[in-house]
Design a protein around this ligand. Structure first.
Ligand code: SF4
Length: 228
C-alpha cells in the first residue's frame, strides 16, 4: 500500500491520526483542544514521545532471524476513520506458515499511570487487520530505556475500548465541542495545563452551590428525605 499522507488526504478521506486515541482516553478535553481548537504545546512527555519515534519513522524493510520487519509503515482503517504510522511491524510465521503482523510501538519514557498505550497499539492492529485481511492477536510495547518488550493481547475488551475511543473522537470533531475542564491529578502531567486552566474553570464554590449540595446529600439519605 503506497500513498503520501497529506493534510488534504486526511481531510478528503475523513481520517484522524491514531495518536489521538491515547489523547482521548487520557482526557477528552485534551483531544478536543488539539483537534478542534488547534492548541499545541509540548512538555517533557510529548518531547520524549517524539524523540522515541525518530529512529523508526523512516520506512525500511529488514529481515532478521527469519522475521521480516518494516519500520515507518502507514496504517489505515477506513472503517474506524484512523490513520497513522507503525513504528515497527514484524511479520511472524504461524503454524500454517502464514505471515501474521505483530505491531511494536516504541516508548521512550516511563509508562505514566494514565497512559493508554495499549489502545493506541490496538488501533494499529485493527488497521492491519483491515488492510491485510488477517487476524492480529497480539503486539508489543517496546520501552527504549529498559530495552524491555511488554506483550499486549488484543482481547475483546481492548478492541471495544479502542473502537469506542475512535467513535468518540469523531463525535467530538463533528460536534466541534470541547468538554469543560475538570481538575484531576493527571492534569499535572498534561502539556496543555497552562492553556486549559482546569482549576479556574471548575464550577465556582458559591453559597447557593453549597446549599444545593447539602439538599442533594440529604435527599440521597432516606432518613433525612423523610424529615424534609
Ligand atoms: S489540563 Fe487536565 S483537564 Fe485540561 S486538557 Fe489536560 S488533562 Fe484535560
Amino acid at each position: 500500500m503506497r500513498f503520501r499522507l497529506t493534510a488534504r488526504y486526511m481531510l478528503d478521506h475523513d481520517l484522524i491520526s491514531i495518536r489521538y486515541i491515547n489523547d482521548l482516553l487520557f482526557c477528552e478535553r485534551r483531544a478536543a483542544l488539539h483537534l478542534n481548537e488547534q492548541i499545541w504545546k509540548d512538555n517533557q512527555f510529548t518531547t520524549e514521545g517524539m524523540l522515541s519515534h525518530k529512529r523508526v519513522d523512516v520506512p525500511k524493510n529488514l529481515r532478521r532471524g527469519g522475521i521480516r520487519s518494516v519500520t515507518g509503515m502507514w496504517l489505515v482503517s477506513y472503517r474506524l476513520g484512523l490513520i497513522g504510522k507503525g513504528d515497527l511491524i514484524e511479520f511472524h510465521a504461524n503454524e500454517s506458515d502464514a505471515s501474521i503482523p505483530y505491531p511494536v510501538d516504541f516508548k521512550r519514557g516511563k509508562k505514566r499511570r494514565w497512559d493508554n498505550n495499549e489502545s493506541q497499539l490496538c488501533a494499529q492492529a485493527l488497521c492491519l487487520e483491515e488492510m491485510l485481511n488477517v487476524s492480529v492477536p497480539r503486539g508489543a510495547i517496546f520501552h527504549i530505556r529498559s530495552q524491555h518488550r511488554e506483550e499486549v493481547e488484543f482481547d475483546t475488551d481492548l478492541r471495544t475500548k479502542t473502537e469506542n475511543a475512535a467513535k468518540r473522537l469523531r463525535e467530538l470533531i463533528v460536534s466541534r465541542s470541547t468538554p469543560t475542564a475538570k481538575f484531576h491529578p493527571k492534569c499535572k502531567g498534561c502539556s496543555l495545563l497552562e492553556w486549559c486552566m482546569p482549576k479556574s474553570l471548575r464550577p465556582r464554590a458559591t453559597a447557593s452551590k453549597y446549599l444545593q449540595d447539602i439538599i442533594d446529600n440529604r435527599l440521597a439519605d432516606p432518613r433525612e428525605r423523610d424529615m424534609l
